[in-house]
Design a protein around this ligand. Structure first.
Ligand code: FAD
Length: 543
């Protein structure tokens, strides 16, 4: 098979144009094209009057070796790589203690799945509830301002991305095509097959809920065991004669102790009490950069027109997305984050008396507004102290300020872009209705963010407005605060994926600082599960 990239055709091309283009590209007769399939499909909308479809295809042709030899200098024609998933170690012997995975988010789910596929019968613990019950609690905050600190947008089966846009792409280097394994499992669990071929796939919230349940059924059928509403509150460590500390078990909030010596910590970026408990036990943790800011909302029709021009509304294009960044005079970078076309801004706090924003959408992406994080990169030098957990202190401070500015009832503080740029408080909203529930109170958002952030945002808004007309429209709405863009800490691990100073503790996923998004967290879960298997093999060999 040959993989051909950069194959471009007009947006409205006829189906038969694609095989014809493949034959032309390879300079073979149409009858020599035995079969073909699309690997990825994207759009090139740089020329709005002539938007193109861009394909990567796999093709089988007669005389393949000769074709490849003839096109040896063409970087866009290569042998199709083998993308099948193969475990890196043969199924290891069953250890005395079952491996434990903490967290049933994408990282923990895929760690659990791989361990289960190896016959290692993992135990998966999550502090939150099964996904259907969790959905009710999450809506409780959005509809009735009732927060359940253990069952919400951040905590519970499916993890943080369950109520999301379900974007399933990532910038990570993936030479083993582990992302393909993740997408294939998602399709088997009920995701639309198009996620395998779309360059920027998304699945939306409701499908994610069903998929998470299907994955649970698969893991259980392979011998894995889930335990919900089981919060890990402490770890038991001991020091061997070699002076190295080892994990010996986990204390749950129920008082139960689980003996365990291989544990994946896939707790997400919001499990602040868990980070504190690990820090108190001396587990190596360091502060890392993340980003803070607001959500910005525009009518989706403005974005569609800006990105697709006369082709806006074309059924093959869907709701338009964008990606923006600007380096400011004060050295800060402002960028768009987690853009949700045709979606809603959601209340995403997990702690009482704090307000956090994020975004989600349904598969159809047909809500009135587009939203995205409008955020500024910060680093440990910006945190209130040099303590490894100081980034959390900053997050909490901003989230508390937002709670107060929103009126103290989980409404979010909001401001019109025109008022924000003019430096005056908003007293009413305009033509753009913000989607955040329970609601938005117009105010002065400059009071809830550090000055350097506000300064950078005021510089970036008109710059973005030149790239996307009406981005800085006075009636666009800002809602705050966006503080959970990624983890403010890293639980640093060594080449064997174990904590730098505790054997048997495998930091994983977004919370540990090794992923940013559903796909990268799931891929990290696979890698960490493989590392656990290797450790089990190594210990069996040493015994
Ligand atoms: P998480 O998904 O955060 O999972 C951690 C799990 O650990 C949770 O279920 C939690 O209950 C559990 N846990 C925590 N502490 C403990 C403990 N002490 N004991 C037991 N269990 C514990 N990413 C994308 O790629 N695309 C998107 O469209 C997207 N949209 C998003 C929208 C929203 C509203 C949010 C909040 C996030 C979104 N993200 C998106 C980010 C994505 O969800 C995360 O990157 C991803 O979920 C991280 O996966 P994880 O498994 O590392 O951690």
């Amino acid at each position: 098979m040959l993989r051909i990239s950069e194959l471009k055709l007009p947006l409205d091309h006829a189906p038969e144009a694609l095989p014809a283009a493949i034959a032309r590209r390879l300079s073979v007769r149409p009858e020599d094209l035995v079969r073909w399939s699309v690997w990825k499909r994207a759009h090139d909308a740089r020329r709005k009057s002539a938007i193109l479809k861009v394909y990567i295809v796999d093709a089988e042709v007669k005389g393949e070796a000769a074709v490849l030899k003839r096109l040896v200098k063409d970087p866009h024609v290569r042998p199709t790589p083998d993308t099948a998933y193969r475990p890196v170690v043969a199924a290891p012997p069953a250890p005395r203690l079952r491996p434990v995975v903490i967290g049933a988010g994408p990282c923990g789910l895929f760690a659990g799945l791989i361990l289960a596929e190896m016959g290692l019968r993992p135990i998966i613990l999550d502090r939150g509830k099964v996904v259907r019950e969790r959905t009710k609690d999450t809506w409780g905050l959005w509809r009735r301002s009732e927060l359940n600190p253990e069952s919400n947008v951040q905590f519970g089966e499916g993890g943080a991305g369950t109520f999301s846009d379900g974007k399933l792409y990532s910038q990570i280097k993936d030479p083993r095509f582990l992302g393909r394994k993740v997408l294939t499992e998602f399709v088997q669990a009920g995701a639309p097959a198009e996620i395998l071929t779309e360059a920027h796939p998304h699945i939306g919230t409701f499908r994610l809920v069903t998929m998470v349940e299907s994955l649970r059924a698969k893991i259980e059928s392979l011998g894995g065991e889930y335990r919900f509403q089981q919060r890990v509150v402490d770890v038991e460590l001991d020091r061997g004669r070699d002076g190295v500390r080892r994990l010996r078990g986990l204390h749950l909030h129920t008082g139960e102790f689980i003996e365990a010596d291989q544990v994946v910590f896939a707790v997400g970026h919001s499990s602040r009490d868990t980070f504190q408990a690990l820090y108190d036990r001396g587990v190596h943790i360091e502060a890392k950069p993340f980003s803070i800011g607001f959500r910005i909302e525009h009518p989706q029709s403005w974005i569609d027109r800006a990105m697709f021009g006369p082709c806006a509304g074309h059924p093959d294009l869907g709701a338009a997305a964008y990606s923006l960044s600007h380096h400011c005079a004060n050295g800060r970078t402002v960028y768009s984050f987690c853009m949700c076309p045709g979606g809603t801004v959601v209340a995403a706090t997990s702690e009482p008396n704090r307000v956090v924003t994020n975004g989600m959408s349904q598969y159809s992406r047909n809500e009135r507004n587009a939203n995205s994080g409008f955020v500024v990169g910060i680093s440990p030098a910006d945190y209130p102290s040099e303590h490894p957990l100081a980034g959390i202190d900053l997050q909490r401070d901003l989230e508390s300020r937002a709670f107060v500015a929103g009126g103290g009832d989980y409404y979010a503080p909001g401001q019109l872009v025109g008022d924000f740029l003019a430096g005056r408080a908003s007293t009413a909203l305009g033509s753009v209705t913000p989607s955040y529930r329970p609601g938005v109170r117009p105010t002065d958002l400059s009071a809830v963010m550090p000055d350097y952030v506000i300064e950078a945002m005021r510089e970036a808004l008109p710059v973005f407005g030149r790239k996307i007309p009406r981005y800085d429209d006075p009636e666009a709405v800002l809602t705050g605060v966006e503080t959970r863009t990624s983890s403010p800490i890293r639980m640093t691990r060594g080449g064997d994926f174990q904590s730098l100073n505790v054997r048997g503790l495998f930091p994983a996923g977004e919370g540990a600082g090794y992923a940013g998004g559903i796909l990268s967290a799931a891929v990290d879960g696979i890698k960490v599960a493989e590392a656990v298997a290797r450790a089990i093999v190594g210990e069996a060999a040493a015994a």
